[in-house]
Design a protein around this ligand. Structure first.
Ligand SMILES: [Zn+2]
Length: 366
C-alpha cells in the first residue's frame, strides 16, 4: 500500500507537523522509502465523531435496515465523521457492516433498555425482565456501552434511583459504561445519582448534579439538533404543563452545554439522527449556546474520541482525520468542506490538496 504524507497544523495542539500514513496507522517518523504527499498546508484534526446517532433505523417503524445504515455511513464518512457512538439500536449491527472499511468506526450500546415501569414507550425499546442483567449483557455484546432511560413521559413514573444504581454498579463491575436518556428533572437526577456515565439529551441538569458528574469523569450529550427544529412548532401549542416541560427542558440545555464544560464534564456532540447526522450543525448549536468554539469542535473530535477510548492524531493512532483549509476553531463552517478525509488510512475526499484560499471568507460569512 502506498505511503501517504501530509503536512499541516495538527489540532488541538496547533503545531505544524508531518504525518505519514502506514495502512491504518499514523506516524510522525519519516518512513524509509517513498511517500506521496497528499496534503501540504491547512489544518488536520482527528476524524469527527457523532456521539449520539442511530443510523439505519426506519423513522416510521424504527426497524433496522442495512441499506439505510450503509447510506448513512457513507454520507458520514464523506463529511469527515469517522466514528459513531450508537446508544440504542434494534438489532446487533451485522458483522459485514461493522467490517465495511468504507463506513465509520462504531461504538455500539445495544438495545434501548427500559425499566418496566416507564409508561408510553413508543416501540423501539426493550423492556427486559431483569434490567441489570440485560444491561450487562448488552455492554458485553457491544463496545462496552449499554443504553437505558432515566425517564420517558414527563408526568409519569421515572426509573427509580435504586434500579439505576443496581444497573450502573453491575455494568461498571463488568468494565462497561452506561448512557441514559434523561429529559426530566427527576429522571436526570436519578441517573446522575445512580452513577450513569453519559447523560443523553441532558435536560434539567443542575450545578450540583454536574459537579457530581464531573467528579467521576462523566459526559453529557445535549443533542441540540434533535430539539431545536421542534421549538417553533411547540411554541404555537396551547399553554400547558407539557409545553412548559418541553420549552424549559430545551432552555435548560444551555446549562448542560456551558456549565457542564465549566465544571469539568465532557460535552459530546450528538445529533440523534436516524440517517446521516450533520455534526457540524451540532457544533454550531453548541457554540450558539455559549460553548467556546475550540471546545465545541473538540466535542465532535478530539475530546469525543478520548472519551470513547480513541486517540487523536498521536503516534500510532488509527488513521482517521479531516483536513480543512483554515482553523476550524475560528471558522467552524470550514468543516463542511474538508479538503481530505482519511478513514482507516483511505482517502475519501480529495478536493485538491492545495490550500483553497477562497474558503476563509466563505467560512467567516457562514
Ligand atoms: Zn437517541
Amino acid at each position: 500500500m502506498e505511503t501517504l504524507h501530509l503536512r499541516g497544523t495538527v489540532l488541538p495542539e496547533g503545531d505544524v507537523r508531518d504525518i505519514w500514513v502506514l495502512g491504518d496507522r499514523l506516524t510522525f517518523a519519516r518512513p524509509t522509502g517513498g511517500a506521496t504527499t497528499v496534503l501540504d498546508g491547512g489544518y488536520l484534526l482527528p476524524g469527527l465523531v457523532d456521539a449520539h446517532a442511530h443510523p439505519g433505523h426506519e423513522p416510521a417503524t424504527m426497524a433496522f435496515d442495512a441499506d439505510r445504515f450503509t447510506g448513512a455511513g457513507l454520507a458520514y464518512a464523506e463529511a469527515g465523521t469517522t466514528l459513531l457512538r450508537v446508544p440504542g439500536h434494534r438489532a446487533p449491527i451485522p458483522p459485514e457492516l461493522r467490517g465495511d472499511a468504507r463506513l465509520p468506526r462504531l461504538v455500539t450500546a445495544g438495545e434501548w433498555l427500559a425499566w418496566a415501569g416507564l409508561e408510553g414507550l413508543d416501540g423501539p425499546q426493550t423492556v427486559p425482565a431483569d434490567l441489570t442483567a440485560a444491561a450487562v449483557a448488552q455492554a458485553r455484546a457491544n463496545d462496552g456501552w449499554c443504553k437505558t432511560y432515566g425517564d420517558w413521559e414527563p408526568f409519569t413514573a421515572k426509573t427509580p434511583v435504586a434500579a439505576l444504581t443496581e444497573l450502573c454498579d453491575a455494568v461498571h463491575a463488568a468494565g462497561g459504561r452506561v448512557a441514559a436518556h434523561c429529559q426530566t428533572a427527576e429522571g436526570t437526577r436519578n441517573a446522575v445519582l445512580a452513577g450513569v456515565d453519559s447523560i443523553e439529551h441532558a435536560w434539567y441538569l443542575t450545578e450540583d448534579l454536574l459537579t457530581a458528574l464531573a467528579a467521576r469523569g462523566g459526559a453529557v450529550t445535549p443533542t441540540w439538533s434533535g430539539f431545536l427544529p421542534l421549538v417553533a412548532d411547540v411554541r404555537t401549542k396551547p399553554e400547558g404543563e407539557r409545553k412548559t416541560w418541553f420549552l424549559d427542558g430545551v432552555a435548560s440545555l444551555r446549562t448542560a452545554t456551558v456549565t457542564a464544560h465549566e465544571l469539568g464534564v465532557t460535552v459530546l456532540a450528538g445529533t440523534d439522527a436516524l440517517d446521516f447526522g450533520d455534526v457540524v450543525t451540532e457544533i454550531e448549536h453548541l457554540i450558539a449556546a455559549g460553548l467556546p468554539a475550540a471546545v465545541a469542535v473538540g466535542a465532535a473530535s478530539w475530546d469525543a474520541r478520548r472519551y470513547l477510548g480513541f486517540p487523536g492524531l498521536t503516534e500510532g493512532a488509527p488513521a482517521d482525520l479531516v483536513a480543512v483549509p483554515d482553523d476550524p476553531r475560528r471558522f467552524p463552517a470550514v468543516l463542511r468542506r474538508p479538503t481530505l478525509v482519511l478513514l482507516r488510512g483511505r482517502p475519501l475526499v480529495t478536493a485538491g490538496s492545495a490550500h483553497r484560499s477562497g474558503d476563509r471568507s466563505a467560512a467567516a460569512d457562514a
